[in-house]
Design a protein around this ligand. Structure first.
Ligand code: PSU
Ligand code: MN
Length: 304
């Protein structure tokens, strides 16, 4: 078999060897999700939050044809400044490795790489899902399929509110992905605490989330869990404030014919502009919050 070009940083390799808690982090949020220089500041702050909560952070990207698990500061800075870097998902990860290319990993690709590195929990902002108008565009993020196939629990503030959240929950149910809200009954809506939709499951204890993760493996079930952690109250933007702005951004995307991988970055950037930067501040707060919870789950996983 072709050997996998997978390189763990010394710190991540040591933590894995010792069975110590590790939290995977993605890189598309750095390259396509946030503007320079807040993207780099946030990448460092998220790593610090994981450490402060007692786990080792492992930011994942493909650099010159190698999957790198745990990035050094110069690598993070290079990615954060890059303007033309590829956004890699399940479909193009191997192709990028084959050409010796460089790319940022989405939720789907980060899950695949984390699983290869033996890491069971991953923190991000919000997963991809079913886009509004998907009945015409068929635009459904590969993140949903990945949650059904790859055994990594993903801590996110739900799915991004630019999406069609009812359809996203329906697809997750069809795929058999556990959607677990933390600390509330409702499914969170990324920048807002409540989507108005009930979450299928609720667990307030990180140790129970870790146990459920392990029991799915014991049952022989593939796939991970979506751990839906609401944004902290003091950082949220009420859904009613955002609704007309999301609709406006979506209209512009449709009118301009934005499609494929460009849709999510376009919508996030337009919401940033339409809210004078408020969505970015909320995004940063929710990622930090997710990093802390993921570290607690990783600690519980390591203790079993
Ligand atoms: N979370 C954020 N910001 C982001 C993302 C997640 O707070 O930009 C990225 C993730 O990499 C996720 C991707 O996989 O957005 C979704 O892209 P798409 O809708 O094209 O699948
Ligand atoms: Mn898409």
């Amino acid at each position: 078999m072709t050997p996998l070009p997978l390189q763990l940083s010394p710190e991540v390799a040591d933590a894995r060897a010792a069975g110590a808690p590790v939290v995977a982090l993605e890189s598309t949020i750095i390259t396509h999700g946030m503007p320079w220089p807040r993207n780099l500041e946030t990448a460092h702050a998220v790593e610090a939050a994981v450490r402060a909560a007692g786990a080792v952070p492992a930011t994942i990207a493909v650099l010159e044809g190698v999957i790198r698990v745990g990035l050094a500061a110069p690598d993070l800075e290079r990615l954060a400044k890059a303007t033309e870097v590829a956004k890699l998902s399940r479909a193009d990860l191997a192709a990028c490795l084959a050409r010796g290319g460089t790319g940022a990993t989405t939720v789907a690709a980060t899950m695949i790489c984390a699983a290869q590195a033996g890491i069971g929990v991953f923190a991000t902002g919000g997963i991809g899902g079913v886009h509004r108008g998907a009945e015409d565009s068929f635009d459904i993020s590969a993140d949903l399929q990945e949650l059904a196939q790859t055994r990594v629990s993903v801590v996110a503030a739900g799915a991004k509110a630019i999406l069609d959240l009812p359809k996203t929950l329906e697809v997750l149910e069809t795929l058999g992905v556990p959607v677990i809200a933390v600390g509330q009954d409702g499914f969170p809506a990324f920048w807002s605490r409540e989507s108005g939709l009930p979450a299928p499951l609720r667990m307030d204890d990180p140790a129970m989330i870790a146990r459920a993760h392990g029991l799915r493996a014991a049952l022989g079930l593939p796939g991970g869990q979506l751990v839906a952690n609401p944004i902290p109250e003091d950082a949220e933007i009420p859904a009613a404030t955002l609704a007309p702005l999301i609709a406006e951004a979506q209209r512009e995307a449709t009118a301009r014919g934005i499609s494929g991988k460009a849709v999510t970055p376009f919508l996030l950037q337009r919401l940033f502009e339409l809210t004078q930067g408020r969505t970015l501040e909320a995004n940063i707060a929710l990622v930090l919050n997710n990093a802390r919870l993921a570290a607690a789950i990783a600690r519980a996983l390591a203790a079993t």
